[in-house]
Every structure is written in structure tokens, then in C-alpha cells.
Design a protein around this ligand. Structure first.
Ligand code: M6R
Length: 642
């Protein structure tokens, strides 16, 4: 989905651009590039297939880094055109005086490109983005300013974009705009920045201005000027960003993912402390009045990927703690199925980034239908937050690893908190016994961060065993592969299947889905999550000694049914890892491959604790298979295209 970054100030731009890009790499890492106006105001571009560190190494090796105090940078997630040097950004116009970086998709680029070619423009890439460079070139000739040229250029383009432009004829100035792709301005002392996300500017400044759709910003080292789509000047003061740069560093952990896994108990603890009050749970930022919430008759949760899994858990949470019925949709499907959403509906959008294009489209659809729209987001100032009626922040801090961990459990914590708020304060139970039950559950919720810390403390001690078990799995799998290839082709049966199956029931069925997604994302091994009761309806056909089956078998009303499923898998030689409640000795007598013990909680809160071993299984398997844990192939953290 690409990361864009720009610097204008008094310092050497290249190291700042490279650092900024490395912070944005979670958004895409197929290729990286920079454009700098050097000290004689000549535009110099360096770009390369691969990651930012490869671009940096090449600048080092060839000693050809340009020197100047203004520049643009881009890290790409390919949509149009293969990841290679020529498709890497920045893109230049024909005169090579204008450089453009773009995040998003120009949907009508084919017709624009044909028209520009007919006018004599020469294209050098297969990207949609390059049309913007040529459009700015064309309109600059007419208008004489980059700002006016960019305005006319984007008026021709259909789609989503955040664009930054520099021009040799306007040295010392960056011009940028956006529609449906994120863009912030970082305001420093004698230096200013543009970036896709605040995490890229934190080491320079914590003062940021979010750019709204259609606005154009022009910045030099000392000021920024914003104007609206109608051309009028917009005055917007910077907002102070709460995140700090340490949160965006690895702090001694081997990977961001591991660091983020370890941050979870502290984040959940903080969230609970922030919101707990005598009457239940309160949110400073919610903005939606209690009286409006009291009109709600049905709830629809809409999200993508991991956030969708949090939403699935949220259905169980809300239906347990409130009188409301809840449906859950993938954002990418929601608006195509004529959802029965109206003024009586509360639509909850869950998004770590707050920029996911499908979730944003679902939000707009829900608003159109009159629903009250609440966003659960992590990134403050994101588009989804700004367009929703109300917001609940997950306060998880910057999540850098592409595979979401802490944002997921923080989303769950937000959903529990919201459910307590609705269940106790908006729809207070008439029956005092029920009220007391809810307060008992709230008291238990407060203890969950402790249970999460306890699990992680034991994991720290046992860490070498996690590695050893994954190595053993790898060895077994490779042995069966060897056996297969040693068999004469005519006699071979099915090839061994390195497949993970995750089984859970009730509120931990979504946990199973999330466990499988984590593994797929970072270990590239096929994995599926199933409701354990569904196993007999098909997936059991996959069981033999190869697939690794993870069974969530913690204490719960469905525990015994889960044990029956375990027996069924065992009877078919399945390699089982059971996640069990600490102290359960009975399950240990079953002689399974592995047991992972988690502290005892009631079933309602178990997804928060179970998330930890599921994340760690994915982490250790990916590590054993030597995969790039923080930046898995083909993925981007923020999916700003539909
Ligand atoms: O920023 P969002 O929460 O809206 O992102 C949704 C998904 O793209 C995201 O959860 C994705 O599935 C992650 N890579 C999961 O690890």
C-alpha cells in the first residue's frame, strides 16, 4: 500500500529520508526510492527493487547519495507493474525536473496514459502512478505553480491517492495532497515533513497535522500552508502525538513481533485502568451520547483480517454482556449484501490502521443508512476515526510488525470495555442478580493482564523448548518428505502435507481462525481454523501424522466435547498440540505431542490469554523456517486499496 515520506529543512535529506522510509516499510517493501533536490537545485533520483536497506547499501557502495536539504522517499507495495527498479518511485516527468511519489491507485490510468502519450509524453514504467508526474508537468506549463498543476492533475485522476511532488523550479518546497490514502504533515523547528503515518516522523517531531481528503498542502522549512478543495485557506494547528519514538524501536527484542507480543499485558492493563469507574467502564473519547446508544437495537461489527477476528470474538462478548444481537461482516463484503442497517443500528468498525479502504467504504455505507457509527482504532487521527461518529482508541502504540498481535488483544480489550459500558450503563439490567454477575465479571476482567503476564513469564523460562519443538516438527516433516522422494515415482502416494489445523469452540472458534491467520502470514504454511464441531464435516479428511493440529482445550462448558475431538484426531495419528488450563493433569494422560498451559480464566476472557500461545506458535514456526518475521512477503500493514 506504499509509504510516502518527504523532508524539507536545513539538514542533509538522504539519511532522514532513509530512516523515515524504514519506519514506513511495514506498508510495503517491494522497492524503495528517493528524489533529492541537490545543493544546485538539480533533481537526483535513486531507486531500487528490494527493501530500504538495499537502497541504502547501494548508495553507500556507489558513494552516489545526493546531497540536499529537500527530498521525497517512497517504499512500494506493488499494485500496477512488477516490483523492479523502473517501477519503483519516485517517478519523473519527461523533463526530469519534477519528481512524484504516490500511494494508492489511479483507476483510470490507462486512458490518462494513452492521452498523455498521444500528446508526446514518454513513459518509463508500467505503473499507474507515473501518469501523475506527466499530468503535473502538463499543467505546470499552463499554471506556473506546482500547487495549481497538482490540483488539476488529481482532478483528472479517479481512485485513491496520497501524492508528494517536488520541482526543480520550486526548490525548497514540497507540495502534497490526498484522497482516501493517509497523509500527515510533521511540523518541526526549521524543518517539516510529509508522511503516510506519524510513526515515521516521531524522532523529529511529535506535532502532526492530518490532511483531509482533497486538501493541498505546500510546505517549506519554516511553514506549511493548507488549502481546501475549493481553494480556500484552511487553518489547522498541529496535534500533539502521544506515541514516542522508543515505542517504534525493537528495544533488544529479535523482532518487532516478539516485542509487541510482550507489550500486551501492559497495554491491556493500561486500557482497563483508564476506563474503569465505579459504575462500570467509561470512555473519554466516545463522543456518542448515552441517549443515542440507548436507541440501538442491533449491532453490526465490520472489519478485515485480524480485526475481523477480533470482531467475531466481539460478537460473543457483546451478546454475553449486553441484551443486543450482533452480526459480524468482512468489510469487503458488507456493502454488497444490502445489510439491514438503519437508525436503530450501531455499526462498529474495527481497524488498527484506521485506513483500511474496505472498512472505510463500509463506514460510509453505514452512515448513509443512518446508523450510529463507532470506530475502534489504534492510529489516532486516522481517516476512519475522523469519519466515525465516535471512537474508542486501543492505545496499543505503534504496531510495526505486519502480523498484528498487540493491536488484536487491545481491540478485544476495547470490545470487553464497550460491552461492560453498554451492559451496565446504557442497558442496565433490571435484575440485581444479573447486575452483580456483570460486576463479578468486571472484577475478573481486571485480573486478565496478570494472567497474560504470568503466561509470558513462564514462556520466557521455557523458550528453548518452543524452539526445540518446532525444530522437531521440521525434522519430522522433512523426514517424511525424504521418504516420499526416495519412493519410486510409480509407487508414491500423496506427498506429506505441512498443514496446520486450529480447532476451537464457542468464543475460541475465532481464536482458532486468528491462530491460523498468524501462521499463514509469517510462516507461509497452509493453516485453517475451524469450529471444532465442524471437523467431522470435512476437515478430518486432512488428518494423518503430518498436519500439526492445535486444539484449544481450556476449561469451558465445551471442554469435554473438545477432548472427544482430540481423541478422534489421535485415533488418526494426528500430531496434536493442546492449549490447556494450567493444572489440568487429565489431558496430559492422553499422550499428545505438546501441551501449552495457560492460566485459568473464565471462558469469556480466555481469548485474551490464548492469543499469546497462538502468536508464539506462529512466531517460533516462522523462526524455525527462517522466514522474515516482521515483513512477510506480499503483505502490507495498511491496506488502502479495495
Ligand atoms: O488496519 P486494519 O486493522 O484495518 O487491518 C486489517 C487487516 O489488514 C489486518 O488485520 C491484517 O489481517 C494483518 N496483517 C493481520 O496480522
Amino acid at each position: 500500500m506504499c509509504g510516502i515520506f518527504g523532508y524539507v529543512g536545513q539538514k542533509d535529506a538522504v539519511p532522514i529520508l532513509l530512516k523515515g522510509l524504514s519506519r514506513l516499510e511495514y506498508r510495503g517493501y517491494d522497492s524503495a526510492g528517493i528524489a533529492v533536490l541537490d545543493n544546485s537545485a538539480h533533481l537526483i533520483v535513486r531507486k531500487k527493487k528490494g527493501k530500504v536497506k538495499e537502497l541504502a547499501a547501494s548508495l553507500n557502495q556507489h558513494r552516489n547519495a545526493p546531497h540536499g536539504t529537500i527530498g521525497l522517499g517512497h517504499t512500494r507495495w506493488a499494485t500496477h507493474g512488477a516490483p523492479n527498479d523502473s517501477n519503483a518511485h519516485p517517478h519523473l516527468d519527461c523533463s526530469e525536473k519534477i519528481a512524484v511519489i504516490h500511494n494508492g491507485i489511479i483507476e483510470n490510468y490507462v486512458e490518462l496514459k494513452e492521452a498523455l502519450k498521444a500528446e508526446g509524453h514518454q513513459f518509463r514504467s508500467n505503473t499507474d502512478s507515473e501518469v501523475l508526474a506527466h499530468l503535473v508537468e502538463k499543467f505546470y506549463k499552463k499554471t506556473g505553480t506546482v500547487k495549481e498543476a497538482l490540483k488539476l492533475a488529481v482532478a483528472k485522476a479517479r481512485g485513491s491517492y496520497a501524492v508528494g511532488v517536488i520541482h526543480e523550479d520550486e526548490p525548497g518546497r514540497i507540495t502534497a495532497t490526498r484522497v482516501d490514502s493517509p497523509l500527515v504533515v510533521g511540523v518541526g523547528k526549521h524543518e517539516n515533513f510529509i508522511a503516510s503515518d506519524v510513526s515515521a516522523i516521531l524522532e523529529h517531531t511529535r506535532e502532526a497535522v492530518a490532511i483531509e481528503n482533497g486538501e493541498i498542502v505546500v510546505l517549506d522549512g519554516d511553514s506549511y500552508q493548507l488549502s481546501g478543495a475549493n481553494g480556500r485557506v484552511v487553518k489547522r494547528a498541529p496535534r500533539h502525538v502521544q506515541w514516542n519514538v522508543e515505542e517504534a524501536e525493537k528495544q533488544g527484542y529479535a523482532h518487532f513481533m516478539l516485542k509487541e507480543i510482550f507489550e500486551q499485558p501492559g497495554i491491556i492493563e493500561g486500557l482497563i485502568q483508564k476506563r474503569l469507574c465505579k459504575t462500570g467502564m467509561r470512555f473519554e473519547e466516545l463522543k456518542i451520547k448515552k441517549s443515542r446508544l440507548a436507541q440501538v437495537k442491533n449491532v453490526h461489527i465490520v472489519a478485515c483480517g485480524t480485526s475481523y477476528h477480533a470482531g467475531l470474538v466481539g460478537k460473543y462478548i457483546l451478546e454475553t454482556l449486553t441484551p443486543l444481537t450482533v452480526s459480524v461482516d468482512n468489510s469487503s463484503e458488507f456493502r454488497y449484501r444490502d445489510p439491514k442497517v438503519d437508525r436503530s443500528s450501531l455499526v462498529i468498525l474495527i481497524s488498527q490502521s484506521g485506513e483500511t479502504a474496505d472498512t472505510l467504504a463500509a463506514l460510509r455505507e453505514a452512515k448513509k443508512r443512518g446508523a450510529v457509527v463507532l470506530a475502534i482504532v489504534n492510529v489516532l487521527g486516522s481517516t476512519i476515526e475522523r469519519e466515525a461518529d465516535g471512537v474508542i482508541y486501543t492505545y496499543a502504540g505503534p504496531e510495526i510488525a505486519v502480523a498484528s498481535t498487540k493491536a488484536y488483544t487491545a481491540q478485544l480489550a476495547a470490545l470487553y470495555s464497550l460491552a461492560f459500558h453498554l451492559g451496565l450503563e446504557v442497558f442496565p439490567p433490571k435484575n440485581p442478580k444479573r447486575k452483580a454477575e456483570l460486576f463479578d465479571l468486571l472484577a475478573e476482567f481486571k485480573k486478565i493482564p496478570g494472567a497474560m503476564s504470568e503466561f509470558l513469564a513462564e514462556y520466557r523460562i521455557d523458550r528453548a523448548n518452543w524452539d526445540a519443538n518446532c525444530a522437531e516438527y521440521n525434522r519430522r516433516y522433512h523426514k517424511s518428505l525424504e521418504r516420499y522422494f526416495k519412493t519410486a515415482p510409480a509407487k508414491r502416494k500423496r506427498a506429506p502435507n505441512a498443514f496446520f489445523m486450529y480447532l476451537g469452540r464457542n468464543i475460541n472458534y475465532p481464536s482458532a481462525l486468528e491462530g491460523a491467520l498468524k501462521l499463514k502470514e509469517i510462516a507461509y504454511i497452509s493453516a485453517e481454523g475451524y469450529a471444532a464441531g465442524e471437523m467431522k464435516h470435512g476437515p478430518i479428511a486432512l488428518i494423518d501424522e503430518n498436519p500439526w493440529v492445535v486444539c484449544i482445550a481450556v476449561d469451558s462448558p465445551t471442554y469435554e466435547k473438545m477432548i472427544s475431538n482430540i481423541e478422534e484426531i489421535k485415533a488418526r495419528s494426528g500430531l496434536i498440540t493442546a492449549i490447556v488450563t494450567k493444572g489440568n493433569e487429565a489431558v496430559k494422560k492422553l499422550g499428545l505431542y505438546l501441551y501449552i498451559e495457560v492460566p485459568k480464566t473464565s471462558e469469556l476472557f480466555s481469548p485474551l490469554v490464548i492469543a499469546l500461545p497462538l502468536q508464539l506458535i506462529a512466531y517460533h514456526v516462522a523462526k524455525e523456517f527462517k522466514e522474515e518475521i516482521d515483513q512477510p512477503r506480499n503483505l502490507a500493514k495498511s491496506v488502502t486499496v479495495e
